[in-house]
Design a protein around this ligand. Sequence first.
Ligand code: SIN
Length: 490
Amino acid sequence: MLTLSEPMLLRSQNLIDDQWRDAGLGARLAVTDPATAEAFANVADSDAGDARLAVDAAAAAFPAWSRRPARERAQLLKRWHALILEHEEDLARIISTEQGKPLKEARGEVQYGASYVEWFAEEATRICGDIVAEAVPGRKLLVLKEPVGVVAAITPWNFPLAMIARKIAPALAAGCTVVAKPAEDTPLTALALAWLAQQAGMPAGVVNIVTASREHTPGVVDAWLSDSRVRKVTFTGSTPVGKHLARESAATLKKLSLELGGNAPFIVFDDADLDAAVDGLMASKFRNGGQTCVCPNRVYVHDTVHDDFVERLARRVGALHVGPATEDAAQIGPMINARAVDKIARHVEDAVARGARVVTGGKRVRSADGPHYYAPTVLVDATPAMELSCEETFGPVAPIFRFCDEAEVIRDANDTPFGLAAYFYSNDIRRIWRVAQALETGMVGINEGAIAAEAAPFGGVKESGYGREGSRHGLDDYMHTKYLCQGQLG
Ligand code: SIN
């Protein structure tokens, strides 16, 4: 049962042009609690018609919003930021209930998401172009930054607040307007954020949210992809969907930011501080129950420290408390849905069949509470032949691979089409630079497991996508560069 101190946060309709509206065809989408797999709310199940209405509103709002002084846009974002923090507890409860993240982590997500809103409110006032030294007398060369136009933001379920905040905030800061579709599993947080944006005084049409089921999502997304008024698509999610978006937006050559799948390596060298490495792995692997794109998916431990590391890690992992997200003691909540738990179980079964050994976990748990719990797991003797080595498990499973030398582990770490994040622990300064440069990823944690921050550029290389979120680069992704050449100046 979800009770909020501000019941207005619980929305069940789309926000289009400052109006809360049902889907045109009246369809509804049930929202389920992953702890129990039972429906506890419902929202609009929109189709292409609703998606086009949202673009109509965003396109109509764009000229005035983009011309509004940056400081005014910043002030509205700051008001939104303050309201998000003011409603932290309610938002955290919505996140935990629809996504399954333990409450303590959900509160952290509210602060994390809000930090992007504050960051981009500040960055809005620092958008600068250039005046270039003239090559020819009598000419002035100027470079302006301009908002790209209407942005379509498509966001995942694993961080229902932070991911949409870090797309909408830079878009608005740059002067763009937004149509957004949250994941079908977690629409309520996005709608609550949109209500807060409305309370902050965002003008009509600047932020529009459309919710849709898995079945109707393609219709909504295709309506945006084929609409030439939508000038940018920003997406966080799987690589196959990212490739579809890239292909389908080619006809109108939209700007794209794609934050896609990862298969992060986490390397523990023989000169590492093992306690720090265990802390780092606990923080990055078990955050959100292992359901993050930057979670380590393959843990490489040097032969000489392997057994010691595994023993320390297994003690910590075995002590993690699994339980409903809204229970104060919970450190690992339910996985998002049945498909997610089935995939985790399949990966562990495949690994064991191919020679891995379960040190702790390795099974479904708490089935009396609900069907979506999986025990935090450590496996040893993992090899590249196992499914979990090639594919993101997206669950609380740490498979340990033993290695003997640096060149070998770098080759293995890079032996994947993905390149989002990598982590390593070492106290040798030469090795640190060597390895950091050799790893083929967009982000590297060096003696650090928690790398994401609003001031840092988040994003990948290879099939993990392109574009950056956060930092000043995150704002650039919502602008294009216009060059002015003025002649006849004598
Ligand atoms: C993600 O899993 O896509 C985002 C994780 C983060 O922001 O740290």
